[in-house]
Design a protein around this ligand. Structure first.
Ligand code: ZN
Length: 660
């Protein structure tokens, strides 16, 4: 960055030299004001004399130039010329010298026989194509004066190629600045910074189907960065289901984190290469990937691992490498830190009208220690109508599913009303994994071989405050927990094997969101009803509709009675039959008639729903986050770091450099 300032200083110095030291034909002042020519004087070709345009394949130009700048001096004072001066440094040497020469062809256009020649549109277009991404990366708009349609002309109109000289040396214009693709998967561990870079680069590379966003920060203020894939990134689309993958909740369980980074790169590359399976997936599904929920823990685990491999104490290595970084930086186990709604369900389940969905967070929860990572994920889960999710861990090879909290004091099978749906989801992953469901009992996860690699969470490992139970009991989302292998921090050499073992499972599981039924619950005028419920007879777990009345209900094959209702509307019931092998969710819409609002019999659930919106009532964390958000917004509203270069030399406001 310093070199940019040096350049700028030299540039200013150069201007002083021009103004005071250059032998001028005109009286001082008149040249500067563009009054050097008498009105009757015909414009002529003149030597270029602009330092940054000295390497053009021609030597004469003419004023006014294509930007209507009347003199060399006016051109030199312009922001457009200043941009050419610093563009090489700004873009880190990328796209050099192409941008410079393209710019010079406008600021100092070729002059022959007292006429300006215009540069070729085709040259402009190929440079634009190759270099636009670099501009995007530094948050700068493509400069208006390099608008290919506006300032450049076709060959039929007699254009010339401003990169002519370069072409002789470097005929492969097509390879221009196509830097090494960020989509090349490298089977290595990525530091937090490397991970952020890869995710951002991938999203830029696939900007039409991807973006990154942060859901909040860890205790040590690292972003919890999500990469999203969708044909319309950033927006929920009617009837398009949303899925999420979360990795590295336990900082020392690292395989999932790496797999999710590779998955993001894979989705981007394959989409661009025209892989129809991936294109269909992304066009029909909104996918959110959070590779690391615990970047602080990961950092600690990584440093312990590196320290361990430098020492000779094998036992120490195993001990510290296995446990350090498991928790977040406050020493909180994030998978025990979610509100315990399951105990509430166990207490209330015998009540007649009890529903086990959208259970509110008890106020007492907020009096405990809530990790910022947990907080961020809870807000995220509540803000997007997720249908399906998987959280990736390590230490076993098995898929577990809710409930995670046992109904009994010890580990014991504790099914949800959706036991069959969860089994189906868990099997989807385990079967598509290369070894997880194998019958071999000697392998990692061998004790679940007879269960085909899936297990009820409470039966496996009883835990309170887990994320899976929270997803199920507080939102519409069904989440499974995937244990990726016995080694929590495997050797780097094992990462490519891990990818091969899991790749198909990762894709198949995403695709499995297109099962069961989906549709819209509308009123008689055709307007979607938000917050209507869709239930299955015999199942107390209701699903609620999203903003525009759309819903998704994962179901197993067979016949189901589906009931839609909303306060102030009549109930509507439909019988649906789902075949054994469904490729996509069946569409079942409902039209509800308005009826006089009757007093609800289900008082318990009114209580529930009434307080569902109550999130963070003591406002402690909200204040913390509001402050954070405000800072982020302010930062975003601030101009990019390069902005002062272009504004400090007077009252210019080159807002055309800003992307909107
Ligand atoms: Zn874990």
């Amino acid at each position: 960055m310093r070199s940019v300032w040096t350049l700028l200083f030299l540039n200013i110095l150069g201007r002083c030299w021009d103004i005071w030291g250059f032998p001028q034909r005109c009286k001082p002042g008149s040249y500067f004001q563009g009054q050097c020519r008498t009105p009757e004087e015909k414009p002529k070709c003149t030597d270029i004399m602009l330092t940054y345009c000295k390497d053009m394949p021609y030597s004469t130009t003419m004023y006014p130039n294509l930007l209507e700048q009347k003199s060399r001096n006016e051109a030199e004072q312009s922001v457009e010329y200043l941009l050419l001066n610093v563009v090489n440094s700004l873009l880190n040497g990328e796209c050099s010298p192409y941008i410079l020469m393209l710019g010079c062809s406008i600021i100092a256009p070729r002059c022959e026989n007292h006429k300006i020649l215009k540069p070729c549109r085709s040259t402009c277009e190929s440079v634009h194509k190759a270099c636009d991404r670099m501009f995007e990366r530094i948050g700068m708009a493509w400069p208006y004066f390099l608008d290919c349609d506006r300032f450049f002309v076709s060959e039929e109109e007699g254009c010339y190629d401003p990169l002519e000289g370069l072409r002789e040396e470097e005929p492969e214009m097509d390879n221009l600045s196509i830097e090494e693709s960020s989509s090349t998967i490298q089977f290595m561990y990525h530091s937090n910074t490397q991970m952020f870079n890869i995710l951002n680069k991938t999203a830029q590379e696939c900007s039409h189907i991807s973006r990154t966003y942060s859901i909040g920060q860890s205790f040590e203020r690292k972003d919890l960065l999500v990469i999203e894939f969708s044909s319309n990134p950033g927006e929920h689309e009617l009837l398009k289901p949303e899925v999420k993958y979360i990795g590295n909740m336990h900082g020392n369980e690292v395989m999932g984190r790496e797999l999710l980074i590779y998955l993001a790169q894979y989705l981007c590359t394959e989409y661009l290469l025209g892989n129809t399976r991936i294109q269909t997936l992304i066009n029909t599904t909104r996918i959110h990937i959070l590779p690391s929920m615990n970047p602080d823990g990961f950092e600690l685990a990584l440093s312990e691992m590196n320290r361990g491999s430098d020492s000779n104490h094998d036992e120490d290595i195993i001990y510290t490498g296995y446990t350090a970084g498991h928790y977040n930086a406050q020493n909180i186990d994030l998978n025990r830190n979610f509100p315990d709604l399951t105990s509430f369900v166990y207490d209330q389940r015998r009540l007649k009208y009890f529903r086990n969905d959208h259970i509110h967070i008890p106020d007492s929860y907020w009096l405990g220690k809530v990790a910022p990572e947990t907080y961020a994920v809870m807000k995220w889960i509540r803000s997007i109508p997720f249908v399906l999710s998987a959280s990736f861990h390590g230490g076993e090879l098995v898929v577990s599913y809710p409930y995670d909290l046992s109904k009994h004091p010890q580990n014991m099978f504790s099914p949800t009303p959706d036991e069959q749906v969860f089994r189906q989801l868990a099997r989807t992953y385990a079967y598509a994994h290369s070894t997880m469901s194998s019958q071999d009992t000697d392998r990692c996860g061998g004790k679940y071989a007879d269960k085909e690699g899936i297990v009820n969470g409470a039966q496996w490992y009883n835990k309170i405050g887990g994320m899976g139970d929270f997803n199920y009991l507080h939102t519409n989302c069904f989440e499974i927990t995937v244990e990726l292998g016995c080694d929590k921090f495997p050797a780097e050499d094992d990462l490519s094997t891990g990818w091969l073992e899991n790749k198909e499972a990762l894709l198949t599981f995403l695709e499995s969101v297109h099962r069961g039924i989906k549709g819209i619950v509308k009123d008689e005028d055709g307007h979607g009803i938000k917050g209507a419920t869709v239930s299955i007879r015999g199942n107390r777990h209701f699903i609620t509709t999203a903003e525009n009345g759309d819903y998704w209900r994962l179901l197993t094959p067979g016949t189901h009675i589906v009931i839609a209702s909303a306060p102030g509307y009549s109930k509507v019931m439909k019988r649906v039959h789902l075949p054994a092998h469904m490729q996509k969710a069946g569409r079942v819409d409902f039209v509800l008639k308005k009826v006089p609002l009757e007093p609800e019999i289900n008082e318990l659930n009114i209580l529930h729903l009434g307080s569902y919106e109550r999130f963070d009532p003591y406002n402690l964390l909200a204040q913390y986050y509001t402050r954070e958000t405000r800072q982020n917004v302010e930062e975003r509203q601030e101009k990019p770091w390069w902005w002062p270069y272009f504004t400090q030399l007077g009252n210019q406001n080159p807002s055309w450099l800003l992307r909107n």
